[in-house]
Design a protein around this ligand. Structure first.
Ligand code: GA4
Length: 320
């Protein structure tokens, strides 16, 4: 078990709950664009409601996800796909990171598991298609809100058939099965602090808390879970493509609850050969030159996988 000291006693670490901006996608478009841009600049995270993803698609996905994790370990371990895909327990990535989590990592374009005797693949495909559509809409709102002339500049990466998007189911065990025995503020680390390397992440979780974001070094902001919303966050590539205007904020997941938490993250990634560079409109008097050198997603991904989970990588691509 990976036990981390109590947040209250951990030297230099503060816990400060926040309410993320809650954006109603059914509201007036020009207002939605502005709110999204503001949230991406200030928090790198926001929640969306009235997102158009049907409730039954979400609940079927949740059901097959929980059914999968309820299987015996020997069966789950059989889902061993090409690295980094497949089932994993406690080992995160390829360089020795560990956490109190089990997960299933899938190619979002083929979100299936071998010997699928349940409705797993059909439920997960329906979910992925719906969330992909939502991601396209949000990326278009962002481009429009930023005043980028080509409003599909970001969303086009997902509509390309060879996009490298992935889907991750994370299952965090409860810290204790009985809330009465837990009077401490201590927590276990489910998924250690990191930023997401891709363009955008669309996360859905059940009603169990665990996600924390860090808006300031040494301060952790727990996010209140809302199963009717999606939690959206900026990834490293979007920070680069907005010339640093949007921020890819570090976050982590802790397991301090008495109930299991399941989150499902859709990570929007471009094709491997996509060139990542900010459009010229992002060079402004406030940001008079390109902060990052152009690179391909393949180059960035290679660096990501060569480092540890908590390492920062974006600065390796900064212009001097
Ligand atoms: C963090 C975001 C996604 O979960 C992920 C993770 C990936 C993995 O679990 O294989 C990484 C991590 C994530 C960043 C650093 C590297 C790669 C584990 C790790 C130590 C699927 C991703 O794309 O990057």
């Amino acid at each position: 078990m990976v036990v981390v000291a109590s947040p209250n006693s951990m030297i230099g670490e503060k816990i400060l709950p926040i309410d993320l901006p809650m954006i109603d996608l059914s509201a007036e478009r020009s207002m939605v664009m502005k709110l999204i841009v503001k949230a991406c600049e200030e928090y790198g995270f926001f929640n969306v409601i009235n997102h158009g993803v049907p409730y039954d698609i979400i609940s079927k996905m949740e059901e097959v996800g929980f059914d999968f994790f309820a299987k015996p370990m020997e069966q789950k371990k059989l889902v061993a796909l090409d690295k980094p895909f497949g089932y994993g327990c406690k080992n995160i990535g390829l360089n020795g990171d560990m956490g109190e989590v089990e997960y299933l990592l899938l190619n979002a374009n083929v979100p299936s598991i071998p010997n699928d005797s349940s409705n797993f693949s059909s439920a997960v495909s329906a979910y992925t298609e719906a969330v992909q559509e939502l991601a396209c809409e949000i990326l278009e709102l962002m481009a429009e809100g930023l005043g980028v002339p080509n409003t599909s500049i970001f969303s086009t990466f997902i509509t390309q058939l060879d996009n490298d998007s992935i889907l991750r189911f994370n299952h965090y065990p409860p810290k204790h099965s009985n809330k009465d025995i837990d009077n401490s503020n201590s927590y276990n680390l489910g998924f250690g602090e990191h930023s997401d390397p891709q363009i955008l992440t669309i996360l859905r979780s059940n009603d169990v808390p665990g996600l924390q974001i860090s808006l300031q070094h040494g301060v952790w902001n727990p996010v209140v879970p809302d199963p009717s919303a999606f939690c959206v966050n900026v990834g490293d590539l979007l920070q680069v493509m907005t010339n640093g205007r949007f921020v890819s904020v570090r976050h982590r997941a802790v397991t301090n609850s008495y109930k299991s938490r399941m989150s499902v993250a859709y990570f929007v990634a471009p094709p491997l050969d996509a060139c990542i560079v900010a459009p010229s409109v992002m060079v402004t008097p406030n940001r008079p030159s390109l902060l990052f050198k152009p690179f391909t997603w393949e180059e960035y991904k290679k660096v990501t996988y060569s480092l540890r989970l908590g390492d920062t990588r974006i600065h390796l691509f900064r212009n001097c």
